[in-house]
Design a protein around this ligand. Structure first.
Ligand code: ASP
Length: 345
């Protein structure tokens, strides 16, 4: 088999920082010199290149502009490499990685997002292991020579997750990500154990990579809290120009049944705004038939978020609204499992 070629794309975040010896402040280091910072990666014997985006950013500043930049960069260099490792701040990594999973079609190569809680230039960093294992996963191939994980993923602390199933759930622990509704695609110990039954493999090979860069962010989300401002809710629902309202509901998709809540949503739906019901619970799924308070959303015509993460619902909406003018089509596709984001056929 030929030597794997891996491209590292550094977008920003803690992983790419090191202490400036004079000021002790954290500053981004030159990623083209990655093998000086993490010399172990030379031992793989792979051909590894690193591209760094100008002005690396804190991922709190990330959004569609960055996602398009990452997707376009992968598209540009797709034929030159066997796998891609995207280094990204952890704060919004689950959004960016989810977005990429919807933006890339016919993907046949691994795109592994990773980052770290401590800068790579620090002694106790988790960044070196996250980077090294991500590279190895991106380069892993089956007996037939095809990639083990031709999906967009997040790798963190010995676990490889499907990107659109992940959430950052811990701000301090090295175990920063979880995938409550879908098991890891691989677990890393002495060996890398790939759960091949859980990985999506392309049904047809050889199709050109499709990159969808038209995203429409006319989406508003509201996290329900008991006793929330009724007038505030009404004015959010009346926001001009919005195409979808995502309600972060309680439990299995339950919402208040009072008129102050129902009326603004009924009016929004009458204007053609798509309503989506996502649970605030990290695990489990929306079932709008379980309680009368869930039926409220169903009667309003809301789409179920099923067991999707909030991050995947938002980014899926951006992608679908960007490509389809017809909101009925967007609604139909929201109900479908497109990239393994929901446990539904
Ligand atoms: N604030 C940083 C970011 O998301 C945190 C990190 O990289 O872990 O860019």
């Amino acid at each position: 088999m030929k030597t794997p070629r891996i491209l590292i794309i550094y977008t920003g975040g803690t992983i790419g920082m090191k202490e400036d010896p004079d000021t002790l402040a954290l500053v981004p280091f030159d990623f083209s010199q990655i093998s000086q910072e993490v010399p172990q990666i030379r031992k793989f014997g792979y051909e590894i290149e690193a591209d760094s985006f100008d002005a690396p950013i804190d991922s709190s500043d990330a959004g569609p502009k960055l996602w398009i930049k990452i997707a376009s960069h992968i598209e540009k260099r797709y034929n030159e490499f066997d796998g891609f490792v995207v280094l990204h701040g952890t704060d919004t990594m689950a959004y960016s990685a989810s977005a990429l999973s919807f933006m890339l079609d016919n993907l046949e190569k691994p795109v592994i997002f990773t980052g770290s809680q401590l800068p790579i230039g620090m002694l106790r960093t988790d960044g070196a292991e996250n980077l090294i294992s991500s590279i190895e996963i991106a380069a892993s191939r089956g007996l037939d020579g095809s990639p083990m994980v031709p999906e967009v993923c997040v790798y963190f602390q010995n676990q490889l997750f499907r990107a659109n199933r992940t959430t950052k759930y811990n701000a301090e622990n090295f175990h920063a990500f979880s995938s409550a509704n879908y098991p890891p695609l691989a677990e890393v110990g002495i060996h890398i154990d790939f759960n091949t039954r859980l990985i999506n493999y392309p049904s047809q090979r050889g199709w050109p990579l499709g990159v969808n860069t038209s995203l429409d962010t006319s989406v508003i989300s509201v996290k329900l809290v008991p006793g929330m401002s009724e007038s505030g809710f009404a004015s959010i629902c009346a926001t001009p120009g919005i195409k979808a309202i995502v309600i972060e509901s309680f439990g299995t998709g339950n919402v208040p049944s009072d008129e102050w809540f129902v009326k603004p949503l009924r009016e929004a739906a009458a204007r053609g705004v798509l309503l989506v019901n996502v649970s605030q619970c990290a695990a489990g799924k929306v079932d709008m038939d379980a309680y009368a308070n869930g039926r409220v959303m169903k009667d309003l015509g809301a789409v179920s978020g099923y067991d999707a993460t909030f991050e995947s619902v938002i980014t899926k909406l951006y992608c679908l609204l960007g490509t389809h003018k017809d909101l009925n089509m967007v609604k139909r596709l929201m109900n479908m499992n497109l990239k393994g984001e929901i446990s539904k056929k």
